[in-house]
Design a protein around this ligand. Sequence first.
Ligand SMILES: Nc1ncnc2c1ncn2[C@@H]1O[C@H](COP(=O)(O)OP(=O)(O)O)[C@@H](O)[C@H]1O
Ligand SMILES: [Mg+2]
Ligand SMILES: [Zn+2]
Length: 543
Amino acid sequence: MAYQSLYLKYRPRTFDQVIGQDHICRTLRNALREGKVAHAYLFCGPRGTGKTTSARILAKALSCENGVTESPCDVCESCSAIREGRLLDVVEIDAASNTGVDNIRSLKEILGYAPTWGRYRIYIIDEVHMLSTAAWNALLKTLEEPPDYAYFIMATTDPQKVLPTILSRCQRFDFRRVPQPMLVGHLGEIASSEGVVVDEAALWAIARLSEGCVRDAITMFDQIRAYAEDSVTVGDVNAVLGTLNEDALFTLTDIVAEGDAASAFRVVEDLAQEGKDFSQVTHGLTRHVRNLLLVKSGCTSVGALEADEPTIAKLTEQAKRFTMPMLMGSLSALSDARDDLKWNHQHRLVLEIALVTMMTQTPATVGAPTEGSRATKPSAPAAPPASPAPVEASGEGTADDDDADALLAQPEVAEEPPADDDAMPDTATPEWQRAVLKVAEIEPKLGRLLTSSVGEFRGDNELVVMVGSLGASFLQDALKDRKLGREIRSAIEGVYGSELRITVRAANRPNGDIAPPNGTGAAEPPAAPSALVLDMFEGSEEI
Ligand SMILES: Nc1ncnc2c1ncn2[C@@H]1O[C@H](COP(=O)(O)OP(=O)(O)O)[C@@H](O)[C@H]1O
Ligand SMILES: [Mg+2]
Ligand SMILES: [Zn+2]
């Protein structure tokens, strides 16, 4: 027999079985009982939270052979036909897969028909915000004066995109992400019906990762069960999904509290060896720090923390190692990292930068003057040349501040289209990645701008740094600054083991990752440059 996905097998058949949407189910049941069902509903909310499911249950409730009812029988011919998607009077349209002309024609055609078999004709229109304008107009006409036999249940993940004229004609319900404890319960029931033994901790881990999406939660469980067979542990969850277990999150956070960059990088290396997904790790760490922040502010509810009792006790202990501003600063570093993960494919480097930035929030450095000072432990190799360091900020070996000024004043230099040999390679060398980390230790914001840069060591001690235009102008500015420039230069030189002439080029990634041509900056972090410059050079950390 063909394998049926668990999420389909466990699709709720009645309103009682729908979890986490009581506010909606109750209103619908009341309306059914009192004969006050509206002719148009709009179900909004994240994917996998029960919109399509509830629409089908409502259709069954209206069409059940036992009469309009709040609890459809699910066995009569009408109920079974709807469940199996073969009742002609229930028309399901997926606007996401039907476009333009097609769906206007089919909509116009199908809207005209009276029910052929049952009492009502019910239209379930999924992702309704994707209908073409022409289709909207056809729909709107019908919605203005729907025939008595017609009911519309529209669903969307993006209600902002639904026209106001449609919105005003619908009764709107907002489906919510399902709270973790409820998901844990639901997964537990599915597991026991399937005869699978599963750790409570594993269920929590899945529930957390699903972020309130029931379908994702069930699909993950399905996947892990296939891997683990008869019994599922939290280790299986981490192995299949590339996530970190709670212990590792505690360890990593302890290392951050100690400001021990070297150990942090060692842990990251281990994670790489284990094949962890750094984007998942960053998400896990974000959740962990958020929990620390909640605990610190006195919240210890299992539901809010998405953690069990023993974990909450450990969180309370660990939170003592941090101050509130340190935690908020860390959370903001992690949220920057999560933004970066969307466009920067060097996930490991993004995580490392976030860790280093978090360490700049540690007690050792909080409140310390940050102007040009080393934010974390002095772990950069002591390689500053005793002879006067080369001070040219850029250009081909001219040691002159004016020159650097001139460079900055000429946008065409910063936006110079990469020459043939400057086409930006996709990934940075390990040396350059280490150099970026060193820079991040000195100036986290600059480090972040450099996460997708590439440094190429050319003969004759020349290092060409290719970076998006915003990053390029910040790097040039920083190198020009007497004190900061010297620190950054010597950190980079420490990695390469020699004095360097550093040339900064604004480059465009072939895949458009960095700045678009002409420096419109659409792909840059969305901060006003002036604010960032202030941050960098006056050390005012926003949190
Ligand atoms: N609120 C819920 N209660 C129980 N199961 C749910 C719920 N929401 C989603 N599911 C599960 O996820 C699957 C997909 O749900 P669906 O209703 O299609 O989500 P969507 O909101 O994307 O339309 C269902 O088959 C069911 O297994
Ligand atoms: Mg759906
Ligand atoms: Zn029935």
